[in-house]
Ligand binder design. Sequence first.
Ligand code: AHR
Length: 327
Amino acid sequence: MLKKTFVTVAAATTLALTACGGGTDAGTGAGGGSGDGITMGFAQVGAESGWRSANTKSVQDAAEKAGVDLKFSDAQQKQENQIKALRSYIQQQVDVIAFSPVVESGWDTVLKEAKDAGIPVILTDRAVDSSDTSLYKTFLGSDFVEEGKKAGDWLVEDSASTDGPINIVELQGTTGAAPAIDRKEGFEAAIAADPDLAIVESQTGDFTRSGGKQVMEAFLKNTPDIDVVYAHNDDMGLGAIEAIEAAGKVPGKDIKIITVDAVKDGMTALADGKINYIVECNPLLGEQLMDLAAKVVAGEEVPERVVTEESAFTPEQAKEVLASREY
Ligand code: AHR
Protein backbone atom coordinates (compact mmCIF):
# COMPACT_ATOMS: atom_id res chain seq x y z
CA MET A 1 0.00 0.00 0.00
CA LEU A 2 1.20 3.52 -0.72
CA LYS A 3 2.46 5.19 2.39
CA LYS A 4 1.56 8.64 3.53
CA THR A 5 0.11 11.41 1.35
CA PHE A 6 0.13 15.05 2.23
CA VAL A 7 0.57 18.45 0.66
CA THR A 8 0.48 22.01 1.69
CA VAL A 9 1.86 25.21 0.33
CA ALA A 10 0.78 28.65 0.84
CA ALA A 11 3.38 31.16 1.44
CA ALA A 12 3.30 32.80 -1.73
CA THR A 13 5.90 35.34 -1.80
CA THR A 14 8.71 34.10 -3.95
CA LEU A 15 7.10 31.09 -5.44
CA ALA A 16 9.07 30.72 -8.60
CA LEU A 17 7.19 28.97 -11.32
CA THR A 18 9.42 28.42 -14.26
CA ALA A 19 9.16 26.32 -17.32
CA CYS A 20 11.77 24.08 -18.77
CA GLY A 21 11.88 21.26 -21.23
CA GLY A 22 10.20 21.09 -24.61
CA GLY A 23 7.03 23.10 -24.32
CA THR A 24 3.82 21.71 -25.74
CA ASP A 25 0.13 22.19 -25.21
CA ALA A 26 -1.05 21.48 -21.71
CA GLY A 27 -3.77 18.93 -21.39
CA THR A 28 -3.03 16.98 -24.54
CA GLY A 29 -1.86 13.90 -22.68
CA ALA A 30 0.78 11.51 -23.91
CA GLY A 31 0.89 8.08 -25.32
CA GLY A 32 2.63 4.85 -24.52
CA GLY A 33 5.68 5.68 -22.43
CA SER A 34 6.75 8.91 -24.16
CA GLY A 35 6.59 12.20 -22.33
CA ASP A 36 5.98 14.21 -25.50
CA GLY A 37 3.03 16.51 -25.06
CA ILE A 38 2.79 16.13 -21.28
CA THR A 39 2.78 19.15 -19.01
CA MET A 40 4.02 18.35 -15.49
CA GLY A 41 3.83 20.61 -12.45
CA PHE A 42 6.68 19.70 -10.10
CA ALA A 43 6.68 21.16 -6.57
CA GLN A 44 10.16 20.73 -5.11
CA VAL A 45 10.98 20.92 -1.38
CA GLY A 46 13.72 23.54 -1.72
CA ALA A 47 17.49 23.67 -2.18
CA GLU A 48 18.47 22.69 1.35
CA SER A 49 21.13 20.10 0.55
CA GLY A 50 23.48 18.68 -2.06
CA TRP A 51 21.01 15.81 -2.42
CA ARG A 52 18.19 18.21 -3.26
CA SER A 53 20.24 20.06 -5.90
CA ALA A 54 21.10 16.73 -7.56
CA ASN A 55 17.44 15.68 -7.46
CA THR A 56 16.29 18.94 -9.05
CA LYS A 57 18.86 18.60 -11.84
CA SER A 58 17.83 14.99 -12.43
CA VAL A 59 14.15 15.93 -12.77
CA GLN A 60 14.85 18.92 -15.04
CA ASP A 61 17.26 16.98 -17.28
CA ALA A 62 14.92 14.01 -17.56
CA ALA A 63 11.96 16.26 -18.42
CA GLU A 64 13.93 17.90 -21.19
CA LYS A 65 15.05 14.52 -22.55
CA ALA A 66 11.50 13.12 -22.47
CA GLY A 67 9.94 16.20 -24.06
CA VAL A 68 7.92 16.95 -20.94
CA ASP A 69 6.92 20.60 -20.41
CA LEU A 70 8.04 21.01 -16.77
CA LYS A 71 6.63 23.72 -14.55
CA PHE A 72 9.00 23.80 -11.58
CA SER A 73 8.56 25.47 -8.19
CA ASP A 74 10.87 25.68 -5.16
CA ALA A 75 8.94 25.72 -1.85
CA GLN A 76 11.92 26.87 0.22
CA GLN A 77 11.17 24.10 2.75
CA LYS A 78 7.74 25.61 3.52
CA GLN A 79 4.62 23.51 3.23
CA GLU A 80 2.44 26.53 2.56
CA ASN A 81 4.53 27.38 -0.50
CA GLN A 82 4.16 23.85 -1.79
CA ILE A 83 0.37 23.88 -1.36
CA LYS A 84 0.23 27.16 -3.22
CA ALA A 85 2.27 25.63 -6.05
CA LEU A 86 -0.03 22.62 -6.26
CA ARG A 87 -3.10 24.87 -6.45
CA SER A 88 -1.42 26.85 -9.19
CA TYR A 89 -0.78 23.65 -11.17
CA ILE A 90 -4.41 22.60 -10.69
CA GLN A 91 -5.56 25.98 -11.96
CA GLN A 92 -3.27 25.67 -14.99
CA GLN A 93 -4.76 22.21 -15.69
CA VAL A 94 -1.42 20.47 -16.05
CA ASP A 95 -1.56 16.82 -17.12
CA VAL A 96 0.19 15.49 -14.03
CA ILE A 97 1.50 16.84 -10.74
CA ALA A 98 4.61 15.46 -9.05
CA PHE A 99 5.93 16.59 -5.72
CA SER A 100 8.18 15.75 -2.82
CA PRO A 101 6.22 16.73 0.31
CA VAL A 102 8.15 18.91 2.74
CA VAL A 103 6.40 17.18 5.65
CA GLU A 104 4.14 14.12 5.87
CA SER A 105 0.89 15.55 7.22
CA GLY A 106 -1.74 17.99 6.02
CA TRP A 107 -2.12 17.26 2.32
CA ASP A 108 -5.57 15.71 2.02
CA THR A 109 -7.46 18.86 1.09
CA VAL A 110 -5.24 19.93 -1.78
CA LEU A 111 -4.84 16.36 -3.01
CA LYS A 112 -8.64 16.05 -3.14
CA GLU A 113 -8.72 19.25 -5.17
CA ALA A 114 -6.32 17.69 -7.67
CA LYS A 115 -8.35 14.49 -7.78
CA ASP A 116 -11.61 16.41 -8.32
CA ALA A 117 -9.92 18.29 -11.16
CA GLY A 118 -8.93 14.96 -12.74
CA ILE A 119 -5.20 15.63 -12.38
CA PRO A 120 -3.15 12.59 -11.30
CA VAL A 121 -0.51 13.10 -8.60
CA ILE A 122 2.82 11.27 -8.25
CA LEU A 123 4.75 11.42 -4.98
CA THR A 124 8.50 11.49 -5.43
CA ASP A 125 11.17 11.11 -2.77
CA ARG A 126 8.94 11.71 0.27
CA ALA A 127 5.64 10.22 1.36
CA VAL A 128 2.46 11.66 2.86
CA ASP A 129 0.50 10.20 5.78
CA SER A 130 -2.92 10.28 4.19
CA SER A 131 -5.02 7.19 4.78
CA ASP A 132 -6.71 7.72 1.40
CA THR A 133 -4.18 6.30 -1.01
CA SER A 134 -6.47 7.00 -3.97
CA LEU A 135 -5.31 10.62 -3.72
CA TYR A 136 -2.09 9.76 -5.54
CA LYS A 137 -1.14 7.26 -8.22
CA THR A 138 2.24 6.09 -7.04
CA PHE A 139 5.14 6.89 -4.74
CA LEU A 140 8.66 6.78 -6.18
CA GLY A 141 11.52 7.01 -3.71
CA SER A 142 13.78 5.47 -1.10
CA ASP A 143 12.93 3.26 1.85
CA PHE A 144 14.00 5.68 4.59
CA VAL A 145 13.36 3.21 7.42
CA GLU A 146 15.76 0.80 5.74
CA GLU A 147 18.34 3.60 5.41
CA GLY A 148 18.16 4.27 9.16
CA LYS A 149 18.39 0.57 9.84
CA LYS A 150 21.54 0.23 7.72
CA ALA A 151 23.13 3.08 9.68
CA GLY A 152 22.24 1.45 13.01
CA ASP A 153 23.35 -2.03 11.90
CA TRP A 154 26.76 -0.65 10.97
CA LEU A 155 27.14 0.95 14.39
CA VAL A 156 26.11 -2.22 16.21
CA GLU A 157 28.76 -4.16 14.30
CA ASP A 158 31.41 -1.46 14.65
CA SER A 159 30.84 -1.25 18.44
CA ALA A 160 30.74 -5.00 19.02
CA SER A 161 34.24 -5.14 20.49
CA THR A 162 33.84 -1.97 22.61
CA ASP A 163 32.93 -2.26 26.28
CA GLY A 164 30.82 0.33 28.13
CA PRO A 165 28.24 2.88 27.08
CA ILE A 166 28.42 4.59 23.68
CA ASN A 167 26.81 8.04 23.59
CA ILE A 168 25.15 8.94 20.31
CA VAL A 169 23.90 12.39 19.31
CA GLU A 170 21.38 12.55 16.50
CA LEU A 171 20.97 15.37 13.98
CA GLN A 172 17.45 14.95 12.70
CA GLY A 173 16.15 16.14 9.35
CA THR A 174 13.26 18.57 8.99
CA THR A 175 10.69 18.01 11.73
CA GLY A 176 7.70 16.12 10.37
CA ALA A 177 9.43 15.11 7.11
CA ALA A 178 9.24 11.45 6.11
CA PRO A 179 13.03 10.94 5.96
CA ALA A 180 13.47 12.42 9.45
CA ILE A 181 10.72 10.27 10.96
CA ASP A 182 11.71 7.07 9.16
CA ARG A 183 15.50 7.33 9.49
CA LYS A 184 15.06 7.83 13.23
CA GLU A 185 12.73 4.85 13.47
CA GLY A 186 15.02 2.52 11.50
CA PHE A 187 18.14 3.56 13.41
CA GLU A 188 16.51 3.17 16.82
CA ALA A 189 15.21 -0.28 15.90
CA ALA A 190 18.69 -1.40 14.82
CA ILE A 191 20.64 -0.08 17.82
CA ALA A 192 18.18 -1.72 20.22
CA ALA A 193 20.27 -4.85 19.56
CA ASP A 194 23.05 -3.44 21.77
CA PRO A 195 22.08 -2.01 25.19
CA ASP A 196 25.38 -0.09 25.34
CA LEU A 197 24.22 2.18 22.49
CA ALA A 198 22.12 5.16 23.58
CA ILE A 199 20.91 8.34 21.87
CA VAL A 200 21.71 11.01 24.47
CA GLU A 201 20.72 14.10 22.43
CA SER A 202 18.50 14.46 19.36
CA GLN A 203 17.52 17.68 17.59
CA THR A 204 16.65 18.89 14.13
CA GLY A 205 19.25 20.55 11.92
CA ASP A 206 16.65 20.92 9.14
CA PHE A 207 18.77 18.95 6.64
CA THR A 208 21.13 21.95 6.20
CA ARG A 209 24.86 22.31 6.78
CA SER A 210 24.41 25.45 8.89
CA GLY A 211 21.70 23.72 10.96
CA GLY A 212 23.94 20.70 11.57
CA LYS A 213 26.82 22.92 12.64
CA GLN A 214 24.72 25.01 15.00
CA VAL A 215 23.06 22.03 16.71
CA MET A 216 26.38 20.18 17.00
CA GLU A 217 27.98 23.23 18.66
CA ALA A 218 25.23 23.11 21.29
CA PHE A 219 25.62 19.34 21.74
CA LEU A 220 29.38 19.73 22.28
CA LYS A 221 28.79 22.37 24.94
CA ASN A 222 26.09 20.44 26.80
CA THR A 223 27.20 16.84 26.50
CA PRO A 224 30.69 15.92 27.71
CA ASP A 225 31.25 12.47 26.21
CA ILE A 226 29.96 12.23 22.68
CA ASP A 227 31.14 9.08 20.91
CA VAL A 228 29.02 9.07 17.76
CA VAL A 229 27.08 11.51 15.56
CA TYR A 230 24.20 10.07 13.54
CA ALA A 231 23.17 12.74 10.99
CA HIS A 232 20.09 12.19 8.82
CA ASN A 233 21.96 13.63 5.83
CA ASP A 234 25.49 14.43 4.63
CA ASP A 235 25.04 18.19 4.83
CA MET A 236 24.27 18.14 8.55
CA GLY A 237 27.17 15.73 9.07
CA LEU A 238 29.47 18.14 7.26
CA GLY A 239 28.25 20.98 9.48
CA ALA A 240 28.91 18.77 12.52
CA ILE A 241 32.48 18.17 11.29
CA GLU A 242 33.09 21.94 11.29
CA ALA A 243 31.79 22.19 14.87
CA ILE A 244 33.85 19.21 16.05
CA GLU A 245 37.06 20.58 14.51
CA ALA A 246 36.39 24.02 16.00
CA ALA A 247 36.09 22.30 19.40
CA GLY A 248 39.58 20.82 18.93
CA LYS A 249 38.43 17.24 18.33
CA VAL A 250 39.09 14.95 15.39
CA PRO A 251 35.98 13.94 13.41
CA GLY A 252 35.98 10.27 12.46
CA LYS A 253 38.37 9.42 15.34
CA ASP A 254 37.42 11.20 18.59
CA ILE A 255 33.82 11.23 17.45
CA LYS A 256 32.57 8.77 14.82
CA ILE A 257 30.13 10.07 12.22
CA ILE A 258 27.42 8.24 10.29
CA THR A 259 25.37 10.06 7.65
CA VAL A 260 22.84 9.39 4.87
CA ASP A 261 22.90 10.48 1.18
CA ALA A 262 26.41 9.85 -0.28
CA VAL A 263 26.65 13.11 -2.25
CA LYS A 264 30.12 14.12 -3.46
CA ASP A 265 31.00 16.36 -0.48
CA GLY A 266 29.94 13.63 1.93
CA MET A 267 31.85 10.95 0.04
CA THR A 268 34.95 13.16 0.00
CA ALA A 269 34.78 13.54 3.79
CA LEU A 270 34.26 9.76 4.05
CA ALA A 271 37.31 9.07 1.88
CA ASP A 272 39.29 11.51 4.07
CA GLY A 273 38.25 9.56 7.21
CA LYS A 274 36.20 12.42 8.68
CA ILE A 275 32.98 10.44 8.24
CA ASN A 276 32.99 6.73 9.09
CA TYR A 277 29.99 5.37 7.19
CA ILE A 278 27.45 6.71 4.69
CA VAL A 279 24.15 5.11 3.71
CA GLU A 280 23.23 6.00 0.16
CA CYS A 281 20.00 7.82 -0.76
CA ASN A 282 19.79 8.12 -4.53
CA PRO A 283 18.49 11.49 -5.80
CA LEU A 284 18.52 10.52 -9.49
CA LEU A 285 14.79 9.91 -9.76
CA GLY A 286 14.14 11.99 -12.90
CA GLU A 287 13.98 9.31 -15.58
CA GLN A 288 11.81 6.95 -13.53
CA LEU A 289 9.51 9.87 -12.73
CA MET A 290 9.07 10.78 -16.40
CA ASP A 291 8.35 7.13 -17.29
CA LEU A 292 5.74 6.87 -14.55
CA ALA A 293 4.20 10.19 -15.56
CA ALA A 294 3.84 9.11 -19.18
CA LYS A 295 2.10 5.91 -18.09
CA VAL A 296 -0.19 7.62 -15.61
CA VAL A 297 -1.25 10.24 -18.15
CA ALA A 298 -1.87 7.51 -20.74
CA GLY A 299 -4.15 5.76 -18.24
CA GLU A 300 -1.83 2.78 -17.82
CA GLU A 301 -1.43 0.89 -14.54
CA VAL A 302 1.63 1.73 -12.46
CA PRO A 303 2.92 0.09 -9.27
CA GLU A 304 1.70 1.74 -6.06
CA ARG A 305 5.25 1.92 -4.75
CA VAL A 306 8.57 2.11 -6.61
CA VAL A 307 11.52 1.76 -4.23
CA THR A 308 14.92 3.11 -5.21
CA GLU A 309 17.87 0.70 -5.06
CA GLU A 310 20.63 1.93 -2.78
CA SER A 311 23.94 0.98 -1.25
CA ALA A 312 26.19 2.07 1.65
CA PHE A 313 29.87 3.01 1.82
CA THR A 314 32.91 2.67 4.07
CA PRO A 315 35.93 5.01 3.62
CA GLU A 316 37.71 2.39 1.46
CA GLN A 317 34.66 2.01 -0.79
CA ALA A 318 34.30 5.80 -1.04
CA LYS A 319 37.88 6.08 -2.33
CA GLU A 320 37.08 3.54 -5.07
CA VAL A 321 33.90 5.20 -6.36
CA LEU A 322 34.48 8.89 -5.66
CA ALA A 323 35.84 9.80 -9.10
CA SER A 324 32.84 8.31 -10.89
CA ARG A 325 30.16 9.71 -8.58
CA GLU A 326 27.48 11.56 -10.59
CA TYR A 327 26.36 13.83 -7.76
O1 AHR B 1 14.10 13.55 1.18
C1 AHR B 1 15.44 13.25 0.97
C2 AHR B 1 16.27 14.04 1.90
O2 AHR B 1 16.03 15.41 1.74
C3 AHR B 1 17.77 13.92 1.72
O3 AHR B 1 18.32 12.83 2.37
C4 AHR B 1 18.23 15.20 2.32
O4 AHR B 1 19.56 15.52 2.05
C5 AHR B 1 17.25 16.13 1.71
O5 AHR B 1 17.23 17.35 2.22
